[in-house]
Design a protein around this ligand. Structure first.
Ligand code: AHG
Ligand code: MN
Ligand code: MN
Ligand code: MN
Length: 325
């Protein structure tokens, strides 16, 4: 049996990165315990504020954010944190070599209905050690990430992690409190017949995305010649986890619902860490045309269209967009 602690101590290359992963995953245990108690821990419902994304915060969005922020501020390797729930990045320890970005609670609309939610994280190098970190320090392309992963609080709590080119899955043993390795070198199938999209936004999509979904719905009677199946968890963590387990395509595409936002998902807290996991597992991740990991960010909260998962299916979507361009 290999625990996360054993793996990080014996197989991971960068001790500072390992230490920060340990801090994040320890907080994950606390969030997991709170979720197990649910209503009994008074964690459900609204916090009563809006975040910088313009979303109504849930109590658990705020709680998870504060738990991560407090724990990482104590970690000497962490020079600063940026979060979906914070207006600006928060400096931590100026001598630290790492920056940490997170979506503390992914799938907020699932909290109050006892469905899967998660925590997504991304670790970047800090280039100005000795100085107080600021927003601009976080504006690095996803291809610079040193590690990334998520905690999925589902029927069990799981950690998916990528460090040193490997993608690993751990399951939290509620008895021992250890994350136990259950899969090493996770790989995503190149082909799939399963896709995830919120179809209620159809009228806001661009023509190539509408055409793509029309083709999937036509199934064996259409140009694809086979049937496709839809799954939508409404928490990206859940949808990406399914793809790491059995392949699939996930997209939250460009839409015209809000003219100021090219899609819903955040590049730094959602798209980049998930894209690193998916690519390292042999899948693909694009904004429908460009590789997500090569996007040079201009704002810590910027949004990006996302198409990720099984390589051949992602390429099919990309080809449709290139043909329409
Ligand atoms: P968050 O809860 O962190 O704001 O993110 C929710 C995101 C993502 O997890 C999910 O895929 C998507 O929003 C669901 O959006 P819809 O409610 O539009 O389906
Ligand atoms: Mn949110
Ligand atoms: Mn999210
Ligand atoms: Mn969130």
């Amino acid at each position: 049996m290999t625990t996360l602690a054993h793996y990080l101590n014996n197989h991971a290359a960068n001790p500072a990165v390992s230490d920060v992963i340990t801090t994040i995953t320890e907080v994950g245990k606390t969030i997991s315990q709170l979720l197990r108690k649910g209503a009994l821990a008074d964690i459900l419902g609204e916090a009563g504020n809006q975040n910088v994304q313009g979303e109504d915060q849930k109590k658990l969005d705020v709680l998870a954010n504060d738990l991560l922020l407090d724990a990482l501020a104590e970690n000497k390797h962490c020079a600063g944190v940026a979060s979906e729930e914070l207006d600006n990045a928060t400096p931590a320890n100026a001598d630290g070599s790492l920056l940490v970005l997170f979506d503390p609670l992914d799938g907020s609309s699932n909290i109050d209905i006892n469905m899967a939610v998660g925590t997504i994280f991304s670790i970047l190098p800090y280039q100005r050690q000795g100085n107080e970190s600021e927003n601009a320090d976080f504006l690095q392309a996803g291809n610079q990430q040193l590690a990334a992963g998520y905690l999925l609080y589902g029927t069990s709590t799981m950690l998916a992690l990528t460090v040193d080119d490997n993608v690993l899955m751990f399951s939290l043993d509620p008895d021992s409190g250890d994350y136990v390795l259950i899969e090493d070198n996770v790989q995503v199938d190149a082909d799939t017949s399963e896709y995830a999209i919120n179809g209620s936004n159809y009228r806001y999509w661009r023509a190539p995305m509408q055409q793509y979904i029309d083709e999937l719905i036509a199934g064996k009677d259409g140009v694809r010649g086979r049937n496709f199946n839809t799954r939508w968890v409404a928490a990206m963590v859940g949808d990406v986890h399914r793809i790491l387990c059995r392949g699939g395509l996930f997209t939250y595409p460009f839409d015209t619902k809000d003219i100021n936002k090219p899609g819903k998902l955040r590049l730094m807290y959602e798209a980049n860490p998930m894209s690193l996991l998916i690519e390292r597992a042999g899948g693909s991740a694009t904004d429908a045309v460009n590789r997500i990991l090569d996007i040079e960010p201009t704002d810590i909260h910027q949004r990006v269209p996302v198409v990720l998962g099984s390589r051949n299916e992602v390429n099919y979507v990309k080809d449709l967009h290139v043909q329409h361009a």
